[in-house]
Design a protein around this ligand. Structure first.
Ligand code: NAD
Length: 236
């Protein structure tokens, strides 16, 4: 059996498949991962430093400008074949680290966004104010109309805690999984990456699809691009 056949077999025998994705799932839709070399104006900045409370404290305008750039890129982005193949399987619960909504654009409804979504702003001072953002015309740095704090994207930055409810739903989904289908994540960002260890400890098989895998925990490791491999795994 080839590795693809092995993975197809595992997936077809599973009653509960959970998808766990990272930036690599969206890279063939034109969204750079944080490990890719950034392009243009942003090439000299480290995304890990911009996507952090310390980066925002240092230069909030710069961080918002970077998000405006990312929001415009996302506005024009379309789901790729991997998003579509995942979305077609309505029985799969999707846990994603991605802040884009390309799985939903492909038709998926059951998506847990561990790191929030980029189409919302929230008050950084913590008053609870939230506001939808037009990705085509993203706002500049502005203050919260409720408390005067600064508004920022409603995403989880490096060093920030994950939203409790989403995390507990993700843990429950992973604990009940027969197979975890991991797509395009380095497994380097915690606590999200801990879901793979939890799935394994709970008895699930782990199938990994990644262009340059760094993860060692896999029953089947498929090396290559998501848009080519994922449809081969899930087509019935
Ligand atoms: P990462 O950048 O750490 O890892 C990306 C992984 O995807 C790598 O292992 C890489 O080899 C793989 N990859 C790249 N292109 C691929 C392809 N075409 N097919 C299959 N695999 C491919 O990303 P991460 O693990 O998601 O974690 C970093 C953080 O970056 C997360 O918190 C996430 O929220 C954030 N992020 C999100 C987006 C997005 O929403 N689309 C984009 C960039 C970063």
């Amino acid at each position: 059996m080839t590795d693809i056949e092995l993975a197809r077999d595992l997936l077809s025998r599973s009653r509960r498949v959970v998808g766990f994705s990272g930036a690599g799932l969206s890279s063939e839709s034109g969204i750079a991962t944080f490990r890719d070399r950034q392009t243009g104006l942003w090439a000299r900045y480290d995304p890990h430093e911009l996507a952090s409370p310390a980066g925002f404290a240092r230069d909030p305008g710069l961080v918002i400008d970077w998000y405006s750039h990312r929001r415009r890129v996302l506005d024009g982005a379309l789901p790729n074949d991997a998003h579509r193949a995942l979305a077609e399987r309505v029985d799969i619960t999707h846990i994603t680290q991605n802040v884009d909504r390309l799985l939903e654009k492909a038709g998926a409804t059951n998506v847990l966004h561990l790191h929030g979504t980029i189409d919302l702003d929230r008050c950084h001072a913590g008053c609870g104010y939230r506001e939808a953002v037009d990705l085509a015309d993203p706002p500049e740095l502005r203050t919260c109309p409720r408390c005067g704090g600064l508004l920022r994207p409603a995403v989880v930055w490096f060093g920030e805690p994950l939203p409790d409810r989403v995390w507990s739903d993700a843990v429950a989904a992973v604990k009940g999984a027969d197979t975890l289908l991991v797509v395009g994540t380095s497994g380097a960002v915690y606590p999200a990456a801990g879901l793979v260890d939890l799935a394994r400890a709970s008895g699930a098989a782990i199938v990994v699809v990644d262009a340059e895998p760094r993860m060692s925990t896999a029953d089947v490791m498929l090396v290559g691009k998501a848009a080519g491999i994922v449809p081969q795994l899930l087509d019935q």
